[in-house]
Write a protein that binds this ligand. Structure first.
Ligand code: ATP
Length: 283
């Protein structure tokens, strides 16, 4: 029996623009993706046959409804793996929260199975497999700070933005990504991010400029339904964040802080409230 344990990291969006809608219904995006230290643990173990998926949180689907199962199944079929795998997920990333928790687990399974079964696939091959599972999976395989285009699968590395202090807040609502995109009116978007300006701010490590100019065009859709997102954005700023924004399709909101002392102070005043809170860092 062989086993391997991996950290499956969440992501936040430092910007999110939707440029158009393709004939096939997918949206074309332009967004800056950023890995953060907050992570699930994914433990893989060889077994005689089949795929078994379990999670320590009962609200996360097990078995073949879990995205980790789909990733394992694809690898099994494509590379004719004859033995089985057991997958255990220790869930720490809030679910349906705009943090790509499921995609992170799938990415960990793809990387882990590559090692566990000595498949010797390189990163591009792993990302190709990831693309078939979900648009965010290739990013989760690579991680870091990336410009993501197309439907999310075209990735370009930008300067590192590691070690920036973040407070992450998740209100007690789950948001379906599909619902948000379906309700987005492309002709009504009035405030778009200046993505090139933000990339430049990142390359200069100008955290203040980045934080004050971040934009996510999906905010208007999610905030219209869940006003609490706006309350959290304001609260984070009141507690000293240089800027705050919703991640992905929400409802998670993050604040960027100048230093970890300020971030911890903000976390301390938020953590006993009605929201799930994390103090984390960019990776
Ligand atoms: P994204 O930002 O990529 O849209 P998200 O963070 O909003 O992702 P997830 O946490 O990935 O959303 O969950 C989306 C849905 O996928 C949930 O409704 C959940 O039930 C289902 N799901 C399946 N497998 C997993 C998994 N391993 N972890 C979390 N959710 C999973």
């Amino acid at each position: 029996m062989k086993s391997i344990s991996l950290d499956a990291h969440a992501k936040i969006n430092l910007s999110l623009d939707v440029i158009g809608k393709r004939q096939d219904g997918y949206h074309e995006v332009r967004m800056i993706m950023q890995t953060i230290t907050l992570h699930d643990k994914v433990i893989l173990e060889t077994r005689d046959t089949g795929i078994e998926v379990g999670c320590d949180k009962p609200w996360v689907p097990g078995g073949n409804d879990n995205i980790a199962y789909k990733a394992a199944n694809l690898i099994m079929e494509k590379y004719k793996v004859t033995s089985g795998v057991s997958i255990k997920i220790l869930k720490r990333i809030p679910v349906a929260a705009g943090l790509a928790g499921g995609s992170a687990d799938a990415a960990a399974v793809i990387k882990g199975m590559n090692e566990l079964f000595d498949l010797n696939l390189n990163e591009d091959e792993l990302m190709d497999i990831g693309k078939q599972i979900g648009a965010d999976v290739p990013f989760c395989i690579r991680g870091g700070t990336m410009l993501s285009e197309g439907i999310g699968e075209k990735l370009t590395k930008i300067s590192s933005f590691q070690g920036v202090d973040i407070v992450l807040v998740k209100p007690k609502v789950g948001v379906s990504t599909a619902w948000v995109y379906n309700n987005l009116k492309l002709d009504k978007i009035s405030l778009r991010p200046d993505t090139d300006f933000l990339i430049n701010a990142i390359s200069k490590k100008d955290i203040g400029s980045l934080a004050q100019n971040m934009r996510n065009v999906l905010e208007t859709v999610t905030i219209e339904k869940y006003g609490v997102i706006n309350d959290i954005k304001n609260e984070l700023r009141r507690l000293g964040a240089l800027g705050s924004m919703m991640s992905g399709s929400g409802p998670s909101v993050f604040g960027i802080f100048e230093d970890s002392e300020k971030a911890h102070r903000a976390y301390e005043s938020l953590k006993d409230g009605k929201w799930e809170c994390f103090v984390t860092q960019t990776l």
